[in-house]
Design a protein around this ligand. Sequence first.
Ligand SMILES: [Zn+2]
Length: 91
Amino acid sequence: MRDDKVQCQCCGKWMVPRPIFSRGIWSNGWRVGGGRVIGSICPFCLNEDWDGVERVHRGVLFKTLALAISVFLGYVYVFVREILKKTSRFW
Ligand SMILES: [Zn+2]
């Protein structure tokens, strides 16, 4: 096993991550821009999350945060609506 190989957290194979390049724009047969490395993927399962844990955790954290915020906003909306309903009764 060579040192430059890493184990993919998605398919469990040992591989060398393949870089992904940004595409750029084709104009008159010439490629304008692009060619920049924007990430890397596992050549077997083509998954960007081959290094696993950290990114997955960040995704879960983000989703939890987004859910918490949407639930909070939902509560605020209902709360404000209830207050408006109650106060408008007295007006
Ligand atoms: Zn893989």
